[in-house]
Design a protein around this ligand. Structure first.
Ligand SMILES: [Cu+2]
Length: 190
């Protein structure tokens, strides 16, 4: 009954769709959904490639230690076109790990947690080495013996992570940074 629904402008449109245009409309809706999915896929692919997929780890090794603290070193190469940050590290070898940097202080060089984590520049690399940035093992659960292999996991700002295995090596240099003799915990800075 046209009179019953004459007050609603939508009636005409609805009636029109009721004919043979309905399959077309359904097709249009499906097509729009596909376009939206494509757009979503496009934008996520272009801007949020997992950090872990953009980082390569090389030259990794760990300083041998009997107890307490030690350090892991490595080179992280970023093949993406955006900066990537390592914000955390863990290993079964120690209770926890910290990302450290060295700073000059009144009493000499000391180390402290690196604010904001370790930045790996776009199309660049970050090198962790004795006397510079490093991943610190805190409270070793067992001695790190020369030749053993220990896994280390680094977590990126986007929540993805990379686990690499590093070999324990003897290293006599740069003992001053975390020598147990000079009150390592206070110097450590937390
Ligand atoms: Cu340290």
């Amino acid at each position: 009954m046209p009179s019953a629904s004459s007050g609603r402008p939508a009636t005409l449109a609805r009636r029109g769709l009721r004919a043979n245009t309905r399959p077309l409309r359904r097709l249009a809706v499906a097509a729009a959904a596909v376009v939206l999915l494509a757009l979503a896929g496009c934008s996520s692919g272009g801007t949020t490639t997992a950090d872990a997929d953009s980082i390569a780890v090389s030259n990794q090794w760990i300083k041998a230690a009997d107890a307490g603290m030690s350090a892991a070193f490595a080179e992280f190469t970023n093949r993406s076109d955006h900066e990537i940050r390592i914000v955390d590290a863990t290993s079964p070898a120690s209770a926890r790990m910290e990302i450290h940097e060295l700073v000059s202080a009144a009493g000499g060089t000391t180390m402290r947690p690196k604010a904001g984590g370790l930045v790996i520049p776009a199309h660049g690399s970050a090198t962790l080495k004795p006397g510079a940035d490093h991943l610190m093992f805190i409270d070793l659960k067992a001695p790190l013996r020369t030749g053993a292999n220990t896994p280390v996991t680094v977590k990126y700002a986007d929540g993805t992570s990379t686990t690499f295995t590093a070999q324990v090596r003897d290293f006599a240099g740069n003992q001053e940074n975390y020598s147990p003799g000079d009150g390592s915990t206070p110097a450590h800075g937390g």
